[in-house]
Design a protein around this ligand. Structure first.
Ligand code: AMP
Ligand code: FE
Ligand code: FE
Ligand code: ZN
Length: 292
């Protein structure tokens, strides 16, 4: 069983349509794939139809932009009712924040003498739930200013770089609660990514567990062997589910191929069991695992 619980499509900042992504997951030999676009369920319907057609198990999820102690944390939410009003409102605020800062980023790039405009960014992005920095990065690649997204972030778009603009993110513990009320379960995505090993420690994870957190994404390309070992031991001591995933973005991120990290069947079963319990407790109509 090969299980990959974190991928992106063009509904956010992946480069494949949900249909192409699910077909690629099947070709890559995955048995289970989760679609977890940033802050949206917009790709779910298309992914569901393809998963049924090609015969792969699909877990519908999302990766939510949150803040904890002043720093950004990505929260994976699996199988929530996407129509639960507080969840809808929370995601809307995040998407508006992301869309709303694009003019500011473009303005800063233009001040740097780069001839970029919003129309080009939108044309390349297609129709995602929100336009973000990755789409601005794609326009910079298209203009020949940089070679790839990574260079665009390193030179212009990361915090501290000249075209960075802040945006809104939801409070982490509140969002964990909202996803639980929506009948879903949550896992902190790549908690120690980009060298941030001091931000979320065992005490922080204990508090997040008390708020309803179910798991930690341990096996991720942003974590080295030492981080993985330490995170795994935190998860074990707090009885949190351990997941592993690719965080695939199509051509948008190199070294994140489908299935490059996976979740064990045992941990996957624990996560799905917790989701079933959350769904029952919430009394809401949550999505089923497709093909389960
Ligand atoms: P935004 O939501 O507009 O703040 O953009 C954040 C997204 O950009 C993240 O979710 C990543 O998927 C992507 N991203 C961040 N850094 C990089 C990078 N160095 N290369 C490619 N994509 C990145
Ligand atoms: Fe992304
Ligand atoms: Fe992320
Ligand atoms: Zn991601």
């Amino acid at each position: 069983m090969r299980i990959d619980l974190h991928t992106h499509s063009r509904a956010s900042d992946g480069t494949q349509t949900p249909d192409q992504l699910v077909r690629a997951a099947k070709r890559a030999g995955l048995d289970v794939v989760a679609l977890t676009d940033h802050d949206t369920s917009a790709g779910w319907r298309e992914a569901e139809a393809t998963a049924e057609e090609v015969g792969i198990t699909l877990v519908r999820g999302m990766e939510i932009s949150t803040k904890f102690a002043g720093k950004g944390v990505h929260l994976l939410g699996y199988l929530p009712d996407p129509f639960y009003p507080p969840l809808v409102a929370g995601l809307e605020a995040i998407l508006e924040g992301r869309n709303g800062r694009v003019p500011g980023i473009i303005g800063k790039l233009r001040e740097l003498g780069i001839d970029i405009d919003e129309a080009r960014v939108h044309r390349l992005a297609g129709d995602p739930a929100a336009v973000g920095r990755p789409h601005v990065a794609d326009a910079l690649v298209d203009l020949g200013v940089v070679h790839d997204r990574a260079e665009a972030f390193a030179r212009f778009l990361n915090p501290g770089r000249p075209a960075y603009v802040k945006r809104y993110a939801a409070p982490l513990e509140e969002m964990i609660g909202i996803v639980a009320e929506a009948g879903g379960v949550t896992v902190v995505a790549h908690p120690w990514g980009r060298g941030r090993t001091n931000h979320l420690d065992e005490a922080a994870f204990a508090a997040l567990k008390a708020a309803g957190l179910s798991g930690i994404e341990v096996d991720h390309q942003d974590h080295d062997a030492t981080s993985r070992k330490q995170l795994r031991s935190i998860a074990e001591s707090l009885d949190l589910v351990v997941t592993g995933s690719s965080d695939h973005h199509g051509l948008g991120k190199t070294n994140h191929e489908l299935g490059c990290n996976t979740t064990t069947p045992g941990e996957y079963d624990r996560l799905v069991d917790r989701a079933a319990r959350a769904a029952a407790d919430s009394g809401r109509a949550t999505p089923a695992v497709v093909g389960a």
